[in-house]
Design a protein around this ligand. Sequence first.
Ligand SMILES: [Zn+2]
Length: 435
Amino acid sequence: MTNASRLLIKNGTLIDGTGREPTTNALIAVQGNRITQVGRGDGPSRPETPDDTVIDAAGKYILPGLIDAHCHISLHQGALPGARYRSSAEFCTLWAAHAISRVLRAGVTSIAVPGGKWFTDVTVREAVEGGLLEGPRMVVAARALSNYGGIFDPDPYPAYEGTPKDAAGVLCNTRDAFVSETRKQCKRGVDLIKIADSTWGDVQTVAEDEISAVVDEAHRRNVRVAIHSRGSTSTRAAARAGVDLIYHADLATEDDLDLVAKAGIPIAPVLTSPWIGVEHGAEARGYGGRVRDRLRRQLDTSFRMIRNARDRGIPILSGSDTGNASAFSHGKWHGKEAELFVNEIGTTPMEAIIAYTSRNARLMNLEGEVGVVAERELADIVIWDSDPLADITVLQRLNEISTIIMDGRVVDRDAAGGFRRLDDEPGRARIFAQD
Ligand SMILES: [Zn+2]
């Protein structure tokens, strides 16, 4: 597009991400990577010129690109015949480059990446920003800071050996170790420090003064802090320490939530991953009945916690935990969280859309830049064939995506980001379907 030429989206119904009533017969103009006009097709507008690219969205629904607040990119690598060292920095980087292409093609134009291997996600973010790769906007953490017994120090790693270099967590067993790892990651360019408490939340592994030390250090360097905290006392400690985001928080009591509300901290509950574990865990991950029962209970406590949190005005963010394992395949599950919000929590489809767009933009530190379709915002727009307000599961149907516009450019969905679409070829799907 030349400077004067525009991308015009005409005739569709606009659901702009703010929660405002949809606009029928909308006209949206994009110039460069910004939205320059949002109005009605019969309103005043600069006349069309032959240089303009026109997208006719008649009968379709125009939304901001989805924002997934919990999407791992380099955390887990599936099997690939012939690839011997899947956890190497080199393979992780290639895997990540492929994964972001799949995420973008699912209509997700921004992601928060709360933990991964090496500094792969920082590098991939830089490659996207620099134009080397096509992918969503990324707010990234590196290895999760965990001490003995935290979720990233699982039992297969004996404490006397420590966490291997290619793990997605890094052992920090003193306050100084937490601070020094935070400094190292800030220097390498993370947007987010991820602290990891225990897997199930039954014990608190990270001490409050360790969380405070990380928050102090990161905030001084303009980096945000997120924590995997499922437990009651860890959520309380995180609230007092002033983290920027709490993942899970399912065991938080009403008293704990009072503290979270007072501190003004959002919660990203992450319903999709336990849901997948319950529904598909047996075949996809070999989960026995006991693990699935535990996940079922986790879901039930999460639903209750979210209702309590909403009563207190705590912002609830929407994230899928895509990329956590092969069962959480990139591009497949991003829209599921919105369905669970509607069907299990009882939010309106509109509120689920807000959670997946403008509210998540806050976490991305991109409030006012993405998450709504409005003048002067960055042009991250997805056009869907059906109305997600009538059926929220539309957001899971990739075959109902009509057009994806990322940073003002229409994404060529057949190009697959320059990678062969091995996973779409018959007989090769197993590559991405199993560990
Ligand atoms: Zn996760």
